[in-house]
Ligand binder design. Structure first.
Ligand code: CMC
Length: 423
């Protein structure tokens, strides 16, 4: 893989050759692993310039706004594929033939129920517990049901674990919501699509028939698809790091859910709606823009900016179109929407945001759609977690199928030098 070398001159004058690795697409990567022999580590807070692993799953070019899953652009997948087909693609590396897709969908559909004992776990949560807190607990608890029965070195066992998780996540997510309402849990329905079944478990009750609008079902599926994977982001890296210890995959996914929860990552879609409510009306926007620009104010415009995309977020482009369509179809008039649209207009024309390449990201629009569908704000990040499960599992599987080392970063120590204990 290394066709050329970079050289590094150390303060001692020693010159070290560092292989430059060539990927199949995108920038070259300097292999610094040999530095350890010379007694040095690299320092890169936030992993801004560090490739933590080699991967064949997802490619991002942040400057060009490109996102590819297994080589296919997110725009093409959003137009021609659906969520479960994208799951198949991420996991197996190729698009399914017709029969393969039927079998995959049937497999996922037949794993949607959770063990009845799991329902009792929810009794331990207060009714107003945050659903992400319940998800961390419930998904981690799955490891208690599937621990001794799985060998992570077995390809087939890893595949079954992925099928189980992708299938059970919507069930657990809906259980979190139902618990907060005090309504009975709804068993999954195998005659419905993945998205429709989720909406049914969320909004259906045993008392009356629940009708699912096609527009809402399709918007839900698109939100799942657009969030399915995103390279080595914070939660995926967390899953890989936890997985590198050989831990149970359900526990690893629980750690990914915890990492996703933060407002700088998956929690941003929830934070967007909270921010829109706080802004309240269009007249207040300039004041909040000033706060966002003030270096002494910690306030940031939620749903703006991205660590990797420094031009535009391709998912945001797709979802913006979907957002417009859903709102038109549902005829929703939400005062927060007027604030969102004006905020988007002002921020995009303000030099502060233009100079820093800050533009609305996927979460800016997904929060608005979810809100129009009637999903409560606190469930937004849970829905992100449902969608991202296939990405987490695909990365965990990629790592587990090869020989790997435990993830163990080093540090630049700036504490006390050795000192004596004085009596
Ligand atoms: N509002 C105002 N200023 C901002 C914002 C924002 N949303 N984001 C970044 N900046 C400023 C930041 O203060 C800094 O300014 P300066 O150069 O004057 O110090 C500059 O832009 C560069 O920002 P950074 O914090 O160094 O960028 P980062 O790559 O470390 O952070 C981010 C990326 C996504 C954490 C950040 O943009 C942010 O907190 N955005 C709001 C939260 C959000 O929407 N997150 C969802 C990301 S998309 C979903 C996902 O993939 O998880």
């Amino acid at each position: 893989m290394a066709e050329k070398n970079a050289t590094l001159t150390l303060p001692t004058g020693e010159v070290i050759d560092l292989p430059v690795l060539k990927g199949s697409y995108g920038p070259d990567v300097i292999d610094v692993s040999g530095l350890l022999n010379a007694g040095y580590f690299t320092y890169d807070p936030g992993f801004m310039s560090t490739a933590a692993t080699e991967s064949k799953i997802t490619f991002i070019d942040g400057n060009q706004g490109v996102l590819l899953h297994r080589g296919y652009s997110i725009e093409e997948l959003a137009e021609h594929s659906d969520f479960l087909e994208t799951c198949f693609l991420l996991w197996y590396g190729f698009l399914p033939a017709k029969q393969e897709k039927i079998e995959f969908v049937s497999n996922i559909t037949r794993h949607t129920m959770v063990h009845e004992s799991l329902a009792h776990f929810f009794d331990g949560f207060h009714h107003n517990a945050h659903p992400m807190a319940m998800m961390c607990g419930a998904v981690g608890a799955l490891s208690a049901f599937y621990h001794d029965v799985m060998d992570i070195r077995s390809e087939r066992d890893r595949e079954i674990a992925a099928h189980r998780l992708v299938a059970k996540m919507p069930t657990l997510a809906a259980m979190c919501y139902k618990h907060s309402l005090g309504q009975p849990f709804m068993y999954p329905r195998n005659d419905l699509s993945y998205a429709a079944n989720f909406l049914y478990m969320m909004f259906g009750t045993p008392c009356e028939e629940y009708r699912i609008s096609k527009a809402v079902e399709s918007a839900m599926d698109k939100i799942f698809l657009l969030h399915a994977d995103h390279e080595q982001n914070a939660s995926t890296s967390t899953v890989r790091l936890a997985g590198s210890t050989g831990a149970n995959p359900f526990a690893c996914i629980s750690s990914g859910i915890a990492a996703l929860w933060g407002p700088a990552h998956g929690g941003a879609n929830e934070a967007v709606l909270v921010m829109l409510e706080e802004i309240g009306s269009v007249e207040n926007i300039p004041m909040f823009i000033d706060k966002a620009k003030d270096p002494d104010d910690p306030f940031k415009l939620m749903g703006f900016g991205h660590r990797v995309y420094k031009n535009f977020d391709p998912r945001a482009k797709v979802i913006k179109a979907s957002c417009d369509a859903v709102l038109a179809e549902l005829g929703v008039t939400d005062p927060r929407l007027a604030v969102a649209m004006e905020l988007e207009r002002i921020a995009l024309s303000d030099p502060y945001f233009a100079d820093r390449k800050l533009f609305p990201n996927v979460d800016f629009y997904s929060g608005i759609i979810l809100s129009a569908i009637g999903i409560p704000t606190s469930m937004f990040t849970v829905i992100f977690a449902v969608a991202r499960t296939i990405g987490w599992m695909s990365h965990w599987d990629e790592m587990s199928s090869e020989s790997y080392k435990i993830g163990r970063p080093r540090q630049l120590y700036t504490g006390e030098p050795p000192r004596s204990y004085k009596l």
